[in-house]
Design a protein around this ligand. Sequence first.
Ligand SMILES: C[S@@+](CC[C@H](N)C(=O)[O-])C[C@H]1O[C@@H](n2cnc3c(N)ncnc32)[C@H](O)[C@@H]1O
Length: 333
Amino acid sequence: MSNSAVKTPMASARIDATTSAAEDHRKSLLKRFVACYWLRPENAYWMALRSMALSRVPLASPAIDLACGDGIFTFLHSGGAFDPSFDVFQSVAALDRVRSEHADMFDHAAEGYTPKVVQAPTQRMAAGLDAKPALLAKAAALGFYDRLIVQDGNRPLAVEEESFETVYCNAAYWIEDIDGFLRELHRVVRAGGRVILQVKLDSMRRYNLEAYAGALPEGFLDIIGRGRLDCWPSLTDRATWESRFAHAGLAVEQAEPFVTPTHARIWDVGLRPIAPLLVRMANALTPEMRTAIKSDWVDLFCELLDPICHEDFSLESQPDEPAEIQYVLARSS
Ligand SMILES: C[S@@+](CC[C@H](N)C(=O)[O-])C[C@H]1O[C@@H](n2cnc3c(N)ncnc32)[C@H](O)[C@@H]1O
């Protein structure tokens, strides 16, 4: 046995302390995401998995968050925390059109929207960009982005070339002109900087009920899915993502799967079909009652999701393609 394999009591205590610090961080992250997204717990664990993967790559400044939405994900990822009275289901609209028209309930900034922050993030983002002005109005209320840009990612980005050390995006598969978008990422990242993309794979189609469309009555999948696959025009397989990166002059430095087929199957149904009804119910409660029920709900879901919220969690009998991968890319030309 080599010396390095011998665990001294002190070394073993250090390893235990590191493991327990990582475990504490994972649990606290899950709790912060569940508290914000409590009525969609399946989104909460997916976001916590994203954040855990992202924690392994520094978001060197200046950094831009593309398709940042309301900014809550990146704010929580960066160590921010809200008062338990805040969650993303308070400033919503069009709840009666979510099912019939696939309306985005979050695309609305209520007057006076001011999330109560109890812990500031440990770093700021230089910029955030999104196509929806109401989501950016919410992001502005966080005081976390130096600059916010309303624009469609299918067009040339309104930012200077080579202006960011880090370009982060967890929604690239929402962009139709994906090749143009990737060329833009290459243009705006600095030489020596990193592009970090978290992309879903089209294996997702096999991990959801769409795969059984022939056996399900008309309307069933519309209730379950609410047209979410229509929002992902550039969803594709791993080989195609990597050839897109190569065409845009981006070299893959790291490719880390972090969402398993089992995660995707659990997420597939989740509470999505009843979310607008849950939101209406929750928002009809007195603030005191809402906070009390939410507190028990969050505790219950943290306990339930704790074993699931590990990036290798799998109940499959055979290994299969992951559902989402984190790519760290650098300019190759
Ligand atoms: C699933 S959300 C993710 C938001 C945020 N990154 C997060 O993690 O919460 C997808 C985001 O992509 C934005 N988006 C979709 N298509 C876009 C486009 N063509 N240009 C810019 N943003 C777009 C949407 O407005 C939405 O905010």
